[in-house]
Design a protein around this ligand. Structure first.
Ligand code: NI
Length: 398
């Protein structure tokens, strides 16, 4: 039988002024990955005001709160990321960033406000809880390689009490305001990076026959990499290989000794990730060798693919449908090729990562853009969604 709706929405509406104030404060003082100290202090003050016990981690600017720690039922952790991006804001919002080159352009300010909103609802309705709720405020999601999730897990955020389920959300401008999106299986990509140095022999550009030409070999590598996307794996299994930077040479008539390429690889299936890495190494070496040049390759693995397990995701989707009506709860058809270190929690604990619709007629600016300004009304649904996910996961499918 489906669980009875707890009707979090009216309480979330009452919490909206506080959530807006938190969000504006975070937004005005954005901090880059690993530097979220003011943000942390603000969260600590908010949890103090809500009477929620919490702990911090010295130099590592995370905060972990605990609601209902005395309860013995399933432990659910909710996670919000805290960092901003090195972008100069151009939204003209009244609470626009005070700092050039720093902006909450990925909505992490909204995520934190939603989590504080959910904490408000859950801490004021202790009878709705069967077990404890952990609040994970995590820095450095945007860092891309180690990220902030792994160091927070290493510091024990999934223990004492041991977390049974984890849930989180991300704002999504491609989903209309008022909708919440879910997906079973691969929801976001694994993101790896590579650096390729092609070595030839430099010399006068009028005598290219005298040595391997690193510029020509690098050009063929850039083109040849696209065959990994089109000819190595199943076309229905998405892969992105992009070269984002290419450097070599000093002027028009000198051939350089070497050219450096840097790029990213995105995959959603773990087996495909292994295949593309292996194929990339082989192909780059053989293209360079065919022109007499040598290639050295540094391949660095970033976040793994975010894979939502079927059981917990279905439980949450069902609870959300009961709470908000099924027309507002949307199954997302395609994964996003962006990456998210929430994947690290899901490697250890079942749970789900949801998308919070913030798309409006004039608010469709994409994530990571200088004009990204999600509609604040989404805070109500975001907070109510997290509270609903907790209750759904703690009750299970009864
Ligand atoms: Ni983000």
């Amino acid at each position: 039988m489906a669980s009875v709706p707890a009707a979090w929405t009216p309480a979330a509406r009452r919490a909206l002024p506080a959530m807006r104030a938190w969000r504006a404060a975070f937004h005005q003082e954005p901090e880059l990955s690993g530097e979220e100290r003011k943000t942390r202090d603000r969260i600590v003050r908010a949890l103090d005001e809500l009477g929620i016990p919490h702990r911090t981690y010295g130099d590592f600017p995370a905060v972990v709160g605990l609601i209902g720690g005395e309860r013995s039922g399933p432990v659910v952790a909710l996670r919000a990321d805290m960092d901003a991006l090195p972008i100069t804001e151009a939204t003209k919002l009244p609470f626009q960033s005070r700092y050039p080159g720093r902006m909450h352009a990925c909505g992490h300010d909204v995520h934190m406000a939603c989590l504080l909103g959910a904490a408000t609802l859950l801490s004021r309705s202790p009878r709705a809880l069967r077990g404890p709720v952990k609040l994970l405020f995590q820095p450095a999601e945007e860092e891309g390689h180690e990220g902030g999730a792994l160091p927070l897990i290493e510091r024990g955020c999934l223990e004492h009490p041991t977390v049974d389920f984890v849930a989180g959300l991300h704002v999504d401008p491609s989903l209309p305001l008022g909708r919440i999106g879910w997906r079973v299986g691969s929801a976001m990509a694994a993101a790896d990076s590579f650096k390729i140095v092609i070595r030839g022999r430099g010399g006068h550009a009028s005598t290219p026959h005298q040595g391997p030409d690193a510029v020509l070999a690098a050009s063929e590598v850039v083109t040849g990499l696209q065959a990994l996307v089109s000819r190595v794996r199943d076309p229905c299994d998405p892969v992105v290989v992009s070269v984002g930077s290419i450097h070599g040479g000093t002027r028009h008539n000198i051939l350089p000794d070497e050219v450096t390429l840097e790029g990213t690889v995105r995959t959603v299936e773990p087996a495909t990730r292994d295949l593309i890495e292996k194929s990339l190494r082989r192909r780059v070496r053989s293209i360079a060798a065919s022109l007499g040049a040598r290639a050295s390759i540094t391949y660095r693995r970033g976040y793994p693919a975010l894979i939502n397990p079927a059981g917990a995701t279905a439980t949450v989707a069902r609870a959300l449908g009961v709470e908000f009506g099924r027309d507002r709860v949307v199954e997302v058809v395609r994964p996003l090729m962006g990456a998210e270190d929430f994947a690290r929690y899901l490697e250890r604990v079942p749970g789900t990562f949801l998308r919070l619709g913030v798309g409006t007629e004039n608010g469709r600016a994409s994530l990571h853009s200088a004009t990204f300004a999600p509609d604040e009304r989404a805070l109500v649904l975001g907070a109510a969604t997290l509270a609903t996910a907790v209750v759904g996961l703690q009750q299970g499918d009864r």
